[in-house]
Design a protein around this ligand. Structure first.
Ligand code: UD1
Length: 415
């Protein structure tokens, strides 16, 4: 089993470069299936989730080649339309190929992804969207199967602004005749990146980043070169690393607008944040932070993907903080591990009450999912003594070269 052992108490100092966004790359890779030309993506992070999506595309007949941070995808000869269970189970985001395949082939069969550590994560909004577009959907034998006949664009109102459902519907609609309007769409920056990518391939999509997206179907999509946006959650995690280690980190390759909810919260807590021309400098101070209340919300609200990391920080800030998780029903898995390190956190349903302290103690803990794992690394940077984090493969799914980046900032990594 992979583990990471860290000794806390050393302020992180220096410069770190943020990698390309995992959550932007995955839907864009799926959307590459819709192109009859060659797709060249740059800024692609080297992560296990990207490898799983590459495998999914290869299973369908695409050629996928990596050269450093460049991914070259050729979907000209794609003819298969089925994603088997062993791929779907590895990564929920593999369901994003469904919209792309429906758009291009009007037929797709994808093994149901099932639940995961942070919640049940149903697919009902995706499927409802496809049905509204005119596709026939069957759910049987653990597969979701869609077929389209004389599909024509429609108006779709999402019950909740789901990121994946918005992306899947955009893809299916981009090659569906007529005009499709998605209302109450998710507004995340990764959706804007996907829109820009698709439009460069010849799609006609407007409104990503707002709650109404308009897609005018086209007949075909061609090749494109596209640079993926920086990972706002990785940037946020390093901002919290500066804060919790009481360090001073210059973070480069960011889009300021994407991290405003984090900047606002950290400033409210008393962090010094300096905006520079090509990055951001986060200066921690000794023990003068103020507690804060956080409620996770769809973008531009506070991101659920930063909730665990912020909880680690709040555990080290004297006073009472309250965290409300509104997006996922089971996203407090890190709480019991933080408690093992001495954190005083109580949970009741969606609410966590954190009584911050001056100290945490290093011990053996386990990463239960990607962001919970990141929270444990952050807590370990602050804790007295050594913390051994087991199952770091969860962390490697979403943080490129995290080990090297932490070492570069002076973290005391034992093994
Ligand atoms: C994406 C991100 C993930 C992030 C999440 C919320 C990727 C690859 N992953 O996940 O990192 O935490 O957005 O910002 O981009 N839901 C339904 N029915 C559906 C779809 C979703 O009930 O059909 C629920 C989910 O169970 C969850 C909530 O809606 O409670 C939000 O999910 P969604 O926005 O779809 O997240 P993902 O796209 O899966």
């Amino acid at each position: 089993m992979n583990s990471l052992t860290l000794k806390g108490g050393r302020p992180l100092k220096g410069q770190v470069k943020i990698s390309g966004s995992k959550n932007a790359t995955l839907p864009i890779m799926a959307a590459s299936l819709m192109s009859s030309g060659e797709v060249i993506l740059s800024g692609v992070p080297e992560l296990e989730d990207i490898n799983v999506m590459s495998d999914a595309l290869r299973i369908l007949g695409a050629k996928v080649k990596r050269e450093a941070d460049i991914l070259i995808i050729d979907s000209a000869n794609v003819s298969a339309v089925e994603i088997p269970e062993h791929i779907s189970r590895k990564m929920r985001a593999s369901n994003l190929v469904m919209g792309a395949l429906l758009g291009r082939f009007k037929h797709a069969r994808v093994a149901y992804p099932g639940g995961c550590a942070i919640g049940i994560r149903p697919m009902d909004l995706h499927l409802k969207g496809f049905r509204n577009l005119g596709y026939e959907l069957i759910e049987e034998y653990g597969f979701m199967e869609g077929n389209g006949h004389s599909t024509i664009g429609k108006e779709i109102l999402l019950d909740f602004p789901s990121v994946g459902a918005t992306e899947n519907i955009i893809m299916a609609a981009a090659l569906t005749p007529g005009v499709t309007i998605i209302r109450n769409a998710a507004r995340e920056p990764e959706i804007v990146d996907m829109q820009n990518f698709l439009n460069r391939m010849g799609a006609k999509i407007r409104g990503a980043g707002l709650d109404t997206i308009c897609i005018e179907g086209v007949d075909r999509l061609g090749g494109v070169e596209h640079g993926v946006i920086p990972d706002r959650i990785e940037a946020g995690t390093f901002m919290v690393a500066a804060a919790i280690s009481r360090g001073d980190i210059y973070i480069e390759n960011i889009v300021l607008e994407h991290i405003l909810p984090l900047i606002a919260k950290l400033k409210e807590m008393g962090l010094e944040i300096l905006l520079c021309s090509s990055g951001i400098r986060v200066v921690g101070n000794n023990n003068n932070y103020r507690p804060a209340d956080i409620k996770t919300m769809p973008y531009p609200g506070f991101p659920t993907d930063m909730q665990a990391q912020m909880m680690a920080l709040l555990s080290t800030v004297r006073g009472t903080s309250i965290v409300v998780e509104t997006i996922f029903e089971n996203r407090f898995m890190h709480v019991q591990e933080l408690r093992r390190m001495g954190a005083d956190i109580k949970t009741e349903g969606k609410i966590a009450i954190i009584k911050g302290k001056n100290s945490l103690e290093g011990t053996n803990v386990e990463a239960t999912d990607l962001r919970a794992g990141a929270a444990l690394i952050l807590a370990a940077l602050f804790a007295d003594g050594e913390t051994r984090i087991a199952k770091i493969e969860h962390i490697n799914r979403g943080y490129e070269k995290i080990h090297q980046k932490l070492l570069g900032l002076g973290a005391d990594i034992i093994s």
